[in-house]
Design a protein around this ligand. Structure first.
Ligand code: 13P
Length: 340
């Protein structure tokens, strides 16, 4: 029998669709708004999220949206709760439940994600508010002598505890161990660290009895460090990422939903498309992008009500291009064709 967890996980990676990560915490959305000179007030945050969620036809390429606590409790100007609006469109509302990455005791250059205390009760409330899935992000940094095994294991342990609690509550966990792209390291180092990270993560998930069919993995792609002199090309990234994942991600996991992690929107789409074009993988290869879906929309909006239509068009365009990347059908020319 297929459980609700499996049905929801599969719906989130339906063909041609992926996830919009719109769960920026209050400090993170402030950073994004600062970049366009807009004050981060509750009203502006509601207006911006409303623009994304009401964009007509977004459901053609968006299967789910990750929300922040404040957003899950907000409504449209007309009084419809965002969670209800999304559900009416057939889009699954999700919720970020971690409480951020904090310095790791004993190794302060590394981080461990907090938020387990009280999580069972918070999940029950989020479920009642309409959340069908959740997200927890662990942050792994590459540097001199790091990541340590200790960092990988405490983060994996927390991810697995979170995932088990989600499944107990009937909420699909998105397990997000992000190896940051910051730094001068090579793509080979990224592949090695990503392999170690995923190996530790799946060991902890297995040990804690997490149902692999009822979860999704949200990883980084295997990339050259952002300040590495030699930047691997699109096909090299796709090959390294697939090789790494085939070794350590069990085939029972229904989908891999990549984060964009600071890649340009075009590259994030090109990498995803290249992976899907490289032939069958045991899991759906999809997206759960924040910046790579929102950057042009945020810029087009600029905090002005008059720009809502242009911002929605920019968002829908990125959603459409990433929808094409789900089947390996994206080409850079598609962007030009859509830029009217
Ligand atoms: P980016 O795609 O901007 O990395 O955001 C995805 C996300 O949810 C990070 O936790």
């Amino acid at each position: 029998m297929t459980s609700t967890l499996e049905t929801t996980a599969r719906a989130l990676v339906a063909p041609g669709k992926g996830i919009l990560a719109a769960d920026e915490s209050t400090p993170t959305i402030k950073k994004r708004f600062d970049s366009i000179g807009v004050e981060s007030t509750e009203r502006n945050r509601q207006a911006y999220r409303q623009l994304l969620f009401t964009a007509e036809g977004m459901e053609a390429h968006v299967s789910g949206v990750i929300l922040f606590d404040e957003t899950l409790r907000q409504s449209t100007d007309g009084g419809t709760r965002f969670a209800d609006l999304l559900a009416q469109k057939g889009v699954v509302p999700g919720i970020k439940v971690d409480r951020g990455a904090k310095p790791l005791a004993g190794s302060p250059k590394e981080k461990v994600t907090e938020g387990l205390d009280g999580l069972r009760d918070r999940l029950a409330e989020y479920r009642d508010l309409g959340a069908g899935f959740a997200k927890w992000r662990a942050v792994i940094t590459i540097g001199d002598g790091i990541p340590t095994d200790a960092c990988l294991h405490v983060n994996a342990h927390a991810l697995a505890r979170y995932a088990a609690l989600c499944q107990e509550a009937g909420v699909v966990p998105i397990v997000e161990p992000e190896v940051l792209m910051d730094g001068p390291h090579t793509i080979e180092t990224c592949e090695d660290v990503t392999t170690r990270t995923l190996e530790a993560t799946f060991e902890a998930l297995f040990r804690q009895g997490v149902l692999l069919e009822g979860m999704l993995l949200k990883p980084n792609m295997v990339l050259s460090g952002s300040t590495c002199d030699v930047q691997a090309g699109v096909d090299a990234v796709a090959e390294a990422t697939l090789r790494c994942f085939r070794r350590v991600v069990p085939a029972a996991v229904p989908g891999v939903v990549f984060l964009s992690g600071g890649q340009s929107d075009e590259l994030a789409t090109a990498h995803l498309s290249a992976m899907n074009a490289m032939g069958p993988a045991p899991w759906e290869l999809s997206f759960s992008y924040g910046r790579a879906l929102q950057a042009p929309a945020l810029k087009a909006w600029g905090g002005e009500a008059d720009n809502v239509g242009a911002a929605q068009a920019a968002f829908l365009n990125r959603a459409r291009l990433n929808g094409a990347a789900r089947s390996g059908a994206y080409t850079p020319e598609m962007k030009a064709a859509a830029a009217v």
